[in-house]
Design a protein around this ligand. Structure first.
Ligand code: ZN
Ligand code: ZN
Length: 275
């Protein structure tokens, strides 16, 4: 099993605890995502991922990130790519719009490298990578980038009717067929999704009849992932008192056929992330 979305020192967790999280949930490896930003909201640096990877190369799939608003973002990303250790770019989680040219210049490099890119899509006033209607333009413009969708507004678009972000970012209840992500996952070879966090789980559990078909339809496009901030892989330090893996795995085991489950838990990540 591979956890396709995890952060180092999430919630103050130590590197050792992050490795223990990977092992405790029964994963072999995890994608470790830095988030570099100019405003210091995250400040999860690529260099820290490099240091952890040097220590735990058999547990970490290292991604790099660069603050796209930096003047020298392209040069910095090229320097990172030259090190030859990174498997992809992300988590792209900044207060920029999807049609921002500063994002496009970074994606052009990722396109040359044939990299996967992990995205946090969240509409609203302090959203990240807002303007999801522009995503299809990027899919066409950067065909070698393997887009990996994640977060609230990605999963809200499992349904054709999406409430205003000011109303809720976590819609519940029956899914109206014809949602944006359902269509993009069918129409484009270069878009995928990770199933991490409450948004991923909520997107599946709000309408289980719909979700069972969605999981079957896109069984080659989805990756198990946690984005879990807990300290030990058992829920330490979280208000809900459980690890995301403890919530997500039983749902997937119940809703997905065994072969497809193996793909979602492991094989898709190997293929999509070029492992
Ligand atoms: Zn994340
Ligand atoms: Zn956890």
């Amino acid at each position: 099993m591979i956890d396709a979305h995890l952060h180092l020192t999430h919630n103050g967790r130590s590197v050792e605890e992050t490795i223990a999280h990977i092992e405790t949930i029964g994963a072999e490896k995890a994608v470790i995502l830095p988030i570099e930003d100019g405003d210091g909201e995250f400040g999860w640096m690529t260099e820290d991922v490099v240091a952890a990877y040097a220590q735990y190369p058999h547990r970490i799939i290292p991604f790099c990130h660069v603050d796209v608003t930096r003047e020298d973002a392209v040069g910095e990303l090229e320097k990172r790519a030259d090190r030859g250790i990174f498997k992809g770019y992300g988590e792209q989680k900044q207060h920029v719009r999807l049609d921002d040219p500063r994002l496009a210049r970074v994606l052009a490099i990722c396109n040359d490298l044939h990299w996967p890119v992990t995205w946090h899509f969240q509409e609203g006033e302090r959203g990240y990578n807002g303007g999801i209607e522009h995503l299809e333009v990027l899919l066409k413009k950067f065909p070698n980038v393997r887009f990996i969708g994640h977060a609230q507004s990605w999963w809200a678009h499992i349904s054709a009717d999406v409430p205003a972000p000011s109303e809720t970012l976590y819609p519940t209840g029956p899914v109206k067929p014809g949602g944006l992500i359902d269509r993009l996952l069918v129409d484009y070879d270069n878009i995928f999704a990770d199933l991490s966090a409450g948004s991923g789980l909520g997107g599946l559990t709000r309408d289980e009849d719909f979700a069972a078909e969605f999981l079957a339809r896109h069984s080659q496009k989805l990756m198990f992932a946690t984005d879990c901030p807990c300290g030990d892989g058992k829920g330490a330090g979280t208000s809900r008192g459980s690890c995301f893996a403890q919530l997500s795995l039983p749902v997937l085991e119940r809703m997905v056929a065994p072969d497809a489950l193996e793909d979602i838990l492991h094989n898709n990540a190997v293929r999509i992330l070029n492992l």
